[in-house]
Every structure is written in C-alpha cells, then in structure tokens.
Design a protein around this ligand. Structure first.
Ligand SMILES: [Zn+2]
Ligand SMILES: [Zn+2]
Ligand SMILES: [Zn+2]
Length: 276
C-alpha cells in the first residue's frame, strides 16, 4: 500500500491563516516542508481520507481527478476534515456525469453525514453516504476498512481513526485523537492486525506533555507506540509517521526530524508518499 499526504496541518494551517506568531513568520519566510495545508491523505490514489477546504487546490496541486476517485473516508466533523459547502458542487449541473456513473461514496459517522445529506437528497446518483459504525469492518475496492473510536472533540461527536488493510499491509491512520480509548485497544488486541504503518496525530509536536485532551505530542505518541509493540501489533520494521501539526507548538520540520530520529518517528509533510 502507499499513502500520500496532501495536507498535514491542524485546522488553521501552517502558517496559520490569520496569524503573525514567530512560527508562522518563520514558515512564511523559509517555506519548504514547513508549509502545511489542512489534513488530507490518499491511499493508493484510490481512497481519499478527509475533505478540508483545501481539497480543491489539492486536486490541482497533486493532479488528482475526483471524478475518478469514488471513495472518501471522513474521520470526524471538524471543519479541517470536512468542508460541507463544497459538496454542493457535486449536484447535477455543477457536476456532469454520464448516466450510470458510479457515485462518490462517503463513509462516515452519522454526525458527519448530517452535514452533507442535503446534497445526497438533491443528487443521489452522484453522492452516496455510507454511515459506518466503529469496530465493524467493511470492504472498499478490496481493502478491509475498520473505523476505530478516537478521543477527540466534544462528547456528542463520533470521531474515528481508521485501520486499512490489504494483503500484507495495514495502515493505522490515527489523526485527531488522544491516546486511544480502551475500547479501541481491546478491539486491536483481539483483531491482531499486523500494522505496517502508523500515522499518529502530533498536533503538539515534539513536546513531552500537553495541557489538553484530544491530540497528541511525541510523549503520547511514544505511549501508543510502546503499547502497540507490547501487543505485538507493530514491530521494528513498522513505519511510524507523525502528522497534523499546529503552529502553537514545536513543530518545525527540522526539529521533528532531529528529535524523531531517536524515537523512530518521521514527520509527514505535504506531498510526502510512503510505501509500506
Ligand atoms: Zn484536525
Ligand atoms: Zn502562528
Ligand atoms: Zn478535529
């Protein structure tokens, strides 16, 4: 399997859209891998993960034709992971597709579905929303996909992380979560996937600790990694990347590389492709 990161920042982007902090000033001046759009990735150029406001520009930047991509997983209802207004552009007239063309399938929890259901009602032949439950694997194009519960956002929300398996590869895509909830650990322990790549939330960068619940930093990534190792779900060959960075924390690419080396963590950046 192969993942391509299209956007690797938290909600406000790096540099943050309206910000003039030291990090944002540095990034505007130096550019390069520190410039990060909102969170999005694509697996094997077939399955898209998340749909931020930057999606349209990403399709141009990375030469992705969304009329050919028919499957999208959404992690949760925050605006940097789903930009509902854009779905208006899928209704007939804004989108012209031949009769019988496969619809654009969105897989998500019901709280996400409610944000875009009006567009499915208007053009059901173009958009199909598939409401998914945690811990119930489903198949898409020969990939076995399982939504796992995350810890993130408000108690009413239903945030997911995803386990995507095919042949001998398995990706654990864990963005916008704290250290996983016990239910998720229990599922993983029973299911025993042999994970070949992990992508961890690292909103708070190289910090050891963080002051609030719902995201991770190097310290929390290490706790998750050690538990995955102990459960035998990853091994020394498993690739571990960190992702979803916020300008409010120590997240410059050079520092992530330097401090990550010791841990075996590599930083994602926009446009990075990893095979695993
Ligand atoms: Zn986010
Ligand atoms: Zn800033
Ligand atoms: Zn979020």
């Amino acid at each position: 399997m192969k993942i391509k990161y299209l956007g690797t920042a938290a909600a406000e982007g790096v540099p943050a859209i309206f910000c003039d902090c030291e990090t944002c000033r540095y990034v505007r001046k130096h550019g390069g891998r520190d410039v990060r759009g909102r969170s999005q990735a694509i697996v094997d150029n077939k399955i898209l993960i998340d749909f931020p406001a930057d999606t349209y520009r990403n399709t141009l930047k990375y030469n992705i034709d969304l009329s050919k991509i028919r499957h999208l997983l959404i992690t949760h209802n925050h605006e940097d992971h789903i930009y509902p207004t854009e779905f208006k552009m899928i209704i007939d007239g804004f989108t012209n597709l031949p009769k019988g063309y496969p619809p654009f399938n969105v897989y998500c929890a019901d709280d996400v579905a409610s944000l875009i259901s009006e567009y499915e009602e208007k053009s059901p032949e173009n958009l199909k929303i598939n409401i998914i439950e945690p811990f119930k694997p489903f198949e898409v194009l020969g990939y076995r996909i399982t939504a796992l519960k995350a810890i993130h956002g408000t108690p009413e929300m239903k945030p997911y992380i995803y386990l995507i398996e095919k042949d001998d590869s398995a990706l654990l895509y864990a963005t916008d979560t704290d250290i996983f909830p016990e239910e998720t650990w229990e599922y993983l322990e029973k299911a025993k996937p042999q994970i070949t790549m992990v992508s961890f939330d690292c909103t708070n960068g190289t910090d050891e600790e963080m002051p609030y619940i719902g995201h991770m930093c190097f310290g929390k990534n290490r706790i998750c990694r050690d538990r995955l190792l102990k459960l035998g779900l990853i091994n020394k060959k498993t690739k571990i990347y960190v992702n979803h960075f916020s300008h409010n924390w120590p997240i410059l690419h050079k520092d992530l590389v330097k401090k990550g080396r010791k841990e075996g963590f590599k930083p994602s950046y926009d446009g990075l492709e990893v095979s695993f």
